[in-house]
Design a protein around this ligand. Structure first.
Ligand SMILES: [Cu+2]
Length: 135
């Protein structure tokens, strides 16, 4: 009776040790497989003002020329003065719009190099155009 109980305890003990050692091994594997993510830097956040005559001047994006690196992910922090505007880049499939006095954030990853035309659908004829260069 007693030896039987002891051997059961021994087997149970061995099983526990086995399970723990497997658990520990997979833990250390997870540690080494962690992917490194690049820290967010200031250059990844870009502020854009949609300027209009009812606000501080003529129709324009401020700034209206942007240069980014291929593969870069950028958060645009966009605001509008007194009218509805759009931030449209056909070739990059960007088409954001914004109402007067609004502030919106949107993210874009630039995977293609080139020079891309930016415009506001409503005020393109008024010269509300710009350029995005991806190197
Ligand atoms: Cu506009």
């Amino acid at each position: 009776m007693f030896p039987n109980v002891y051997s059961k305890t021994l087997i149970l003990g061995l099983l526990v040790i086995l399970v723990f050692s497997f658990a520990c091994r997979s833990d250390s594997n997870n540690e080494t497989n962690k992917s490194a993510t690049a820290p967010t830097t200031d250059k990844d956040v870009v502020e854009v003002l949609n300027q209009d005559p009812g606000g501080s001047g003529s129709y324009t994006f401020k700034p209206n020329k942007f240069t980014f690196d291929k593969g870069q992910t950028v958060t645009f922090k966009m605001s509008a003065e007194t009218e509805y505007h759009t931030f449209t880049v056909d070739k990059l499939k960007i088409d954001e719009d914004i109402n007067a006095d609004e502030i919106i954030n949107f993210k874009v990853t630039f995977n293609e190099t080139g020079t891309f035309e930016l415009y506001c659908i409503v005020h393109k004829a008024n010269g509300m155009v710009g350029e995005i260069v991806v190197k």
